[in-house]
Design a protein around this ligand. Structure first.
Ligand SMILES: Cc1ncc(COP(=O)(O)O)c(C=O)c1O
Length: 388
């Protein structure tokens, strides 16, 4: 199988779109995609967008985040925190659970203040956060929840898809995802009031309020319609392929797989472990070297938040993007006259994430040929034997 999963249907759809009057065809094809998505996601409203970042931003804008407001986010990836700063809000990082690697509901609860206006929870690598607990906390405090489902298309909890648990859900169709159109995504809104309030510009229309152009291009929608037909099958395949890695580490005491809650069905966009070799006298660098010698070349040591290459692996709040208040120059969003709180982006504010990030060991499943995954799993198994 090719590294990307495309059929002639994508090319037929592209041809159809290119051969049409693109001006009138664009809206039609986007509406067609929204209908297709709505069949699986019975949300209040679906908006097709050009990126998951755009979807997160529209959600935050709809909630009404502004200067001085705090939004609770997770510290492993940058996206949620960055989206909060798009709207001049202040990201407040909740710690993660060491086993599931996802935001810990108790930590989320402990970070709530009178300034908290939303919670964004990322379903890391395709396994969902504990939404029962998070929604209970959010409802008790009257705070809307935005699910970041970039990794979690068709992932489930209690038999219900990721994206149908919170008030909003942002999905990505970028080049790394199981359903890929190069760029793209959608926003699901599950709350009637937010559905009505959401403000989104279509080409040529004058919006009521300031707005950003996050519209999905028609050409992308055309590819997405063809991709959607097969996406469940692609995700199911990755779910099966992940078992090869689970099998490879079976019995190994120093590679601990990301715990998938029993009520979850993971989409396995990424397969991940915690490396605890140092407790057994195994050096992480040496382990990675032997892994490469054994042909398992697609694993990443530690979790390097995207774009942070060259920096030491750490929770994202240690990176300049959060450390230096420069979202809109003039000290925003943290050193801002509207902000009455004080953020703690120092080391130690999320101890579990500080422990976890440098020890993460992971690999992306979706853009790799199946045969290679077999080779990598074999290489992983051989490497474990080498050190045991
Ligand atoms: C968890 C998460 N959220 C958001 C995004 C942003 O997605 P996009 O590239 O569609 O804006 C990504 C990108 O990979 C992601 O992994």
């Amino acid at each position: 199988m090719a590294t990307k999963r495309y059929t002639n249907e994508e090319f037929d759809m592209l041809r159809r779109w290119l051969d049409n009057n693109q001006d009138s065809a664009s809206e039609k094809v986007i509406e067609e995609l929204v209908d297709v998505i709505s069949k699986d996601f019975a949300a209040e409203k679906i908006i097709a967008v050009n990126s998951c970042m755009g979807a997160l931003h529209i959600a935050l804008q709809t909630v009404g985040i502004g200067p001085g407001d705090e939004v609770i986010v997770d510290p492993i990836v940058t996206f949620a925190g960055m989206a909060v700063m798009y709207h001049n809000g202040v990201p407040v990082f909740a710690d993660v659970d060491l086993n599931t690697m996802n935001a810990d509901p108790e930590s989320i609860e402990s970070k709530i203040t009178s300034r908290t206006k939303a919670i964004i929870c990322t379903h890391l690598f395709g396994s969902m956060c504990d939404m029962d607990k998070i929604m209970e906390i959010a409802k008790a405090n009257n705070i809307p929840v935005i699910e970041d489902c970039a990794h979690a298309l068709f992932a489930q909890q209690n038999g219900k898809y990721a994206g149908l648990h919170g008030d909003f859900a942002a999905f990505s169709f970028n080049h790394r995802k199981q359903l890929s159109t190069g760029q793209g995504g959608f926003l699901a809104i599950n709350n009637k009031d937010f559905g009505q309030r959401s403000n989104f510009t279509k080409f040529g229309r004058i919006p009521e309020r300031i707005n950003w152009n996050y519209q999905m291009p028609g050409i992308i929608a055309a590819i997405a319609i063809a991709q959607w037909k097969h996406a469940k099958e692609y995700v199911r395949k990755d779910h099966e392929l992940a078992k090869l890695y689970a099998e490879a580490i079976k019995g190994c005491e120093w590679l601990i797989e990301q715990q998938v809650l029993p009520k979850n069905w993971s989409s396995y966009h990424i397969w991940a472990c915690t490396f605890k070799g140092e407790e057994f006298g195994i050096d992480y660098k040496k382990f990675m070297e032997v892994l490469k010698e054994n042909g398992a070349t697609y694993f990443l040591p530690a979790f390097m938040p995207y774009g942070a290459f060259g920096l030491e692996p750490s929770p994202v709040y240690r990176y300049p993007i959060f450390q230096v208040p420069m979202a809109y120059t003039k000290g925003c969003p943290t050193a801002c006259p509207h902000y009455e709180g004080k953020v703690d982006y120092s080391g130690g504010s999320c101890p579990n994430a500080e422990y976890l990030v440098p020890r993460m060991f992971n690999t992306v499943l979706s853009p790799i040929e199946d045969e290679k995954i077999e080779i990598y799993a074999e290489g992983l198994s051989k490497t474990i034997k080498h050190f045991s």
